[in-house]
Ligand binder design. Sequence first.
Ligand SMILES: [Zn+2]
Length: 224
Amino acid sequence: MATTSQNIFLTKKEKLKCCTCGRSVPKGHPYVAETENHKGTCFYCSPFTNYTLLAPGNAAMTRRSKKHSTLCAVLWEWNARRKRFQRKGQFVEDQAIEKARIECEQDQAIRAEKNKKAAIVREQKDKEYIVLFAHAIRYRYPYCPEKREFEIALHACEKYSGRVGRTANAKDFDPKMIDLAVEAHIRHLETNYDDQFGKGKRKKEIRSEVKGDILRVLKQWRGL
Ligand SMILES: [Zn+2]
């Protein structure tokens, strides 16, 4: 297992020589050395001739392929504008890339399975929340017609789906939130609010027209 990385520079120097075969390494060609100022070899005299270049950008693949490769060499290219060398990938063995790819695929499968489970839990929690909410509505509006509390709770939860599931007790619901949900329900189902639109009236006007009817029904349902 590789623990250290060798460096390979696409050299910016003109006069480098391979210390094994003695041939010169032209500018822009790979020079295998700790730094450009160290003694090094040309790529062909290095152990990496049969290795594969893995492109950068996938941290898990980079880490894992290095772990599985006998040797690892990071390829550096000179960036003239930034005045520093930048990673262009790493040379690792084919088998190491293959192992890393399989590991990443397995991860993905595990992650997908986790997401699926989380979605099921969330759905269950949403259902529980709707039941709790419905109970809270029934508690505050004891004369609300049968089963309507579920309709109201379901609608409110759909409308505010982002806020669903934050309480475990029916008594913890904010009365104001309950009132608003019930009020909206009454407005649409117990008044002629929806029929008033498209007759040249403003929303504000229509709202104030049905306000009295809503209050009357609210009082009835609360038993006041
Ligand atoms: Zn050489």
